[in-house]
Structure formats: structure tokens, C-alpha cells
Ligand binder design. Sequence first.
Ligand code: SOE
Length: 385
Amino acid sequence: MGKRALNIGLIGTGFMGRVHSNAYRQVNQFFDVKYRPVLKAVCARKEEKLKAFAGKWEWESCETDWRKLIDRKDIDLIDIAVPNNMHHDIAIAAAEAGKMVFCEKPLAMNAEEGREMVDSVERAGVSNMIWFNYRRVPAIALAKQIVDQGRLGKIFHYRARYLQDWTISSGVPQGGETFWRLDIESAGSGVTGDLLAHSIDTAMWLTGRISSVSAMTETFIKERSLQEEPGKIEPVGIDDACAFLARFENGAMGTFESTRYARGRKNQNTFEINGEKASICFDLEDAHRLQYFEHGDDEGLRGWRSILVTDMEHPYMSHWWVPGCVIGYEHTFINALADFLEGLETGKKICPDLREGLAAQYVCDAVLCSSETNQWQVINPSSCM
Ligand code: SOE
């Protein structure tokens, strides 16, 4: 039987635009799903660059105004891969036009915006997803299975770190197409929204809700020049680094740390969970392995196992290569898209949806607020769900 076309309108041609385009092109080669994404139209402001991008990824058409893209009758789904300060207006307009919505993380500039986005997609009844792609790393999905099977028992500790080093030089500018993540007006925050949003989402997916936080942030370089106006120096408004303590609803304690000033760490996204019966440890820089320790193993033989997560039995791996052949970063987006398409087909709950993005956003807001006030902040669960 032929596949059902799903016409995609992508907004954004940066790093995420490339990653998403790749996912649309690949998903049907590896997953037997009923829907076939069609790369219908891509949208960005700069026409020349847009055309080159469209040509390279074989998008059928281009738009330079996202409102026009949303108005088009031949688009089923709007994919938002632009800076965070544009997510809110685009998501709401897309939902009101009856389009499905994909949104890059973090959901929004703050929870107030995020709440309006969630209200809007839910009122319109359109399917939606936030690209928390790390949930789709097979080793992390395996960690989820292990936790859900109750193998860890009561969870005591969750320890997360997300480290990079690309902003250490004071010569790195802020703003513009390449460095908007350093510009408070475009990004809303620094590492908290950009990196810790991932860690928070993973933590809550694996072990449940965070109920309160106590945070500190630091901006190491206080002024940077603007990418679009070299020589013009402006104060830096984002957090370069953030560390916070967390309490989970299930009684576990959490520690989270993120920085873009960890020399040598390029994209180290790690976590360790310590339970009564077992522990789990993961590091994205060794993404195809999950470390696992089970206290119930034979005494004398007990030790950390390093599970190579490439077998057919492991999450997603039966769709890829033969055992022992690893997959990479881009595959996490393909896996996420496949899950979404399967959800459309079967009615199975799509996750993470924008509501789950909002839950992470509430924690990010509380973290930033705590660092400003030097006070613990409680996350009100009823405001998230
Ligand atoms: C920042 O450098 C960044 O590109 C994030 O925006 C992504 O979400 C993360 O997965 C990789 O790093």
C-alpha cells in the first residue's frame, strides 16, 4: 500500500534545519511507517542562502515569510527550527491554522509563553512534538526501560552534567545567525535553556517530576561584540554556566551542572542514577554504551557492566545496522520522527509533546529565578500538567 504524504514546512536553515531535513529524508528508508514526510517548503529570511539550502536538501519550494508558509494549504506540519524568541508566535499561528507543530527546544523564552503555546495546540487539537532528541539515544531509551522495570528500586540520586567549551574565547561575538544562543533577546537564557533543558527533560522522563530547585548561575564574559555589527560591544545577558540542586517528587535528590566553559568538553551530556538495587550511568561522548551496576549480581563477580547498546533487542537498533555497528547524533532525530509518525498512525501518545516541553520550561524558569533570588523555588506541578 502507498504511503500517506505528510507535507512539511520547515522554518529555519541553521544547524537544526539541517538535522531535521536529514530526518525527513531518511525516516522511510529505515522505519516501516505509513506516513511519508514530503519536504514541501522551507522558510528563512535570506533568499540566497535559503535557495542553496533548499537545493542541497531537495526542498520543493521556498518562502521568506513564515506567515505565508503557514497560510499555504499544501502544508500539514510546521517545524520550528529558529531562535527561541520566535517559537511562541509561530507555534500559535500554525496551530490556529490547523497545522501540526514541531518545535525545537527549549519550548519558549519562558513558561508564560510556553503555556500559551500548549493551550493553542491543545485547543486546535493538532499533533505536536518538541525535539528533545536525546530521549531517542538507544542507550538512554534502554535506561528508561531499566528504570520502568523497577530494577533500580528506590531512587536516591540523579546526577547530570552537560558541558561544552565553545564560548570560552572573549572573541566569540553574540547575536546574529550563528551566535544567537549568546544573545539574551533571542535565546531567553544561556546554558539553562539550551543545555539544561535537555538534562531536565531526560531526568524527568527517567525518574519523575522535579519539585523544587536551588540554583546559581555565572556569566564569565560580561561584554561581547555583536556578530552583525563587529566592534559594537554590548553586555552579555545570558548565563554562561549554571549549577542547581533539585528535589524530585519521589524523594530523590538531584544535582545538575552545565557550562560552555569546560575546556575539552565538546558535547558531554551525562547522567548517573543511583537506586537501592542498581545504578545507571550514561555519557553522550560514549553514546552507544550504557553503564549498569546491579547489586543483586553474584558477590565476587559484581561490577559495573558496560553494555554495548547495538543489539537488535535494544531500543531502535533493529531498524539500523547489524549488531556492533553504532549509530550517531543524527539518528536520534530520525528515531524521534519515526515515533511521531507511528503515533499518528496508531493513535499512541506522542511524546515528548509541547506539554512535556512546558514541564521542562517551568523547571528552567524556576532555576533562573532561584539564581536571581538566592532562594529555593518550588515548581507547582499543577501548573505544569
Ligand atoms: C548548543 O551548542 C547545541 O547545539 C544545543 O542547542 C543542542 O540542543 C545540543 O543538542 C547540542 O548543542
